[in-house]
Design a protein around this ligand. Structure first.
Ligand SMILES: Cc1cc2nc3c(=O)[nH]c(=O)nc-3n(C[C@H](O)[C@H](O)[C@H](O)COP(=O)(O)OP(=O)(O)OC[C@H]3O[C@@H](n4cnc5c(N)ncnc54)[C@H](O)[C@@H]3O)c2cc1C
Length: 382
């Protein structure tokens, strides 16, 4: 089978679906999205789906701020008959050292300059926001009431359904195996179901984006890293905001159905494609979270799983055209925060691919920053 398309999107996670939708919305006639497994089978369907504006670099603050603004009206925009379960109950970022207090105050300065309504809260004020929190050793926290959480399956489904209504063809269980070129220019894609000729290809393949770029001779600094996560049984409402501690490397949030989602960043994790689950994760997460929230000691764990972060050296995403290969674009390297950036990233990438003026310049997210050493090192990550 050989067919043609005006643009091809590789990857059926939230970023690929949002990009495909925006391409069609901007008038690109024949858009095909190709997904190796099923929609949300990658990091998107395994993530915490927390959304926060409280970042420590300007590029991340801007993307998250504008994506959250878009999430507030996404169901209407996409005419989604269901709910994406967007809940704005805030994020509380806990500071346990003087160095963190200093960093958080710097972050707040940046966030206020960008119009983000975050604030510093004392341990006493923290207790008012989360009465169950153990404040032992706590210096204070930052809080933003506009941060929150969505359902990642429903949000991706909302984009995919809207994209289909605009004529996007979605091919699942179809793997991209090669990216043929005509001299340097992209000519199309080869897949397990045949060839699609197209002048525009975007790789939104999460941790697998480096492999795809290698097919056109480009080496992107994107590394896979396993992150584990678990969910508890549902219980009565006990916790409003997401509680996050960079000191403990943990996060914990009660989702609308009553279960608690929690995860842990392991600084010793090997950078490979391993997605096994371990009892060590369960043990360490339970110990750290029940120190912070002792009320959870009696709550039972229902399920644990893992997914891959697509990490870059500065923990900031790579967005834009790949100059060596005209027609080839990348949106990956989200380093654990791509779900919350996807609404605005999908729009920006579609604008850039179609040669339109993007909402704001995206040069700062380009891959050449690594060669030039002009990195945006994000300090606020788990
Ligand atoms: C445990 C965990 C917790 C997280 N928590 C959060 C959070 O709270 N908030 C947040 O914003 N982010 C979070 N993230 C990060 C977030 O999940 C990702 O940044 C985001 O989902 C990336 O979406 P994506 O569409 O770029 O990639 P993915 O969802 O990984 O999608 C890529 C898709 O490409 C497909 N693919 C790969 N290779 C090929 C090929 N050759 N041919 C065809 N298809 C291919 C894959 O099958 C996959 O479905 C978390 C991640 C993990 C693992």
């Amino acid at each position: 089978m050989t067919k043609t398309a005006d643009a091809v999107v590789i990857g059926g996670g939230i970023v690929g679906c949002a990009t495909a939708y925006n391409l069609a919305k901007l008038g690109c006639k024949k858009v095909v999205l190709v997904e190796e497994k099923y929609l949300t089978s990658g990091a998107t369907g395994r993530c915490g789906a927390g959304v926060r504006m409280q970042w420590g670099t300007e590029p991340n603050c801007i993307l998250a701020r504008d994506s959250i603004k878009m999430l507030e009206n996404l169901e209407e925009e996409l005419e989604y008959p269901g709910s994406i379960e967007f809940k704005q109950s805030g994020y509380l970022l806990l500071a346990y050292t003087e160095k963190m207090v200093e960093q958080f105050h710097m972050n707040i300065g940046l966030q206020h300059r960008l119009g983000i309504p975050s604030c510093w809260v004392t341990p006493e004020e923290v207790k008012e926001i989360v009465p169950h929190l153990n404040t032992q050793g706590l210096h204070g926290a930052t809080y933003c009431p506009k941060d929150g959480h969505c359902n990642p399956f429903k949000t991706t489904d909302a984009y995919a359904q809207a994209a289909k209504r605009l004529g996007v063809e979605i091919l699942t269980y179809t793997k991209v195996t090669d990216l043929p070129r005509n001299s340097d220019k992209i000519k199309g894609i080869e897949t397990t179901a045949g060839i699609i000729e197209t002048p525009l290809v975007i790789a939104c393949a999460g941790a697998y984006t480096r492999q795809l770029a290698r097919l056109v001779g480009v080496d992107l600094p994107i590394y896979p890293e396993r992150h584990q996560i678990l969910v508890t049984e549902p219980v009565e409402p006990l916790l409003g905001p997401m509680v996050m501690s960079f000191y403990h490397g943990t996060y914990c949030q009660q989702v609308p159905h009553g279960g608690f989602l929690m995860g842990l960043g392991d600084p010793h994790e090997v950078k490979d494609f391993n997605e096994d689950s371990t009892w060590q994760f369960l043990h360490e997460t339970a110990a750290k979270i029940t120190f912070m929230l002792p009320v959870l000691k009696e709550v039972r764990v229902v399920r644990q799983w893992s997914g891959l972060y697509d990490l870059t050296p500065d923990k900031t995403q790579i967005l834009g055209a790949i100059p060596e290969v005209p027609g080839f674009f990348v949106a990956a390297g989200f380093s654990g925060h791509g779900f919350m950036m996807a609404p605005v990233v999908g729009k920006l990438m579609a604008e850039v691919m179609l040669g339109l003026e993007p909402q704001y310049p995206i040069e700062m997210y380009g891959v050449k920053r690594f060669a030039e050493g002009s990195l945006y090192v994000e300090p606020s990550v788990v």
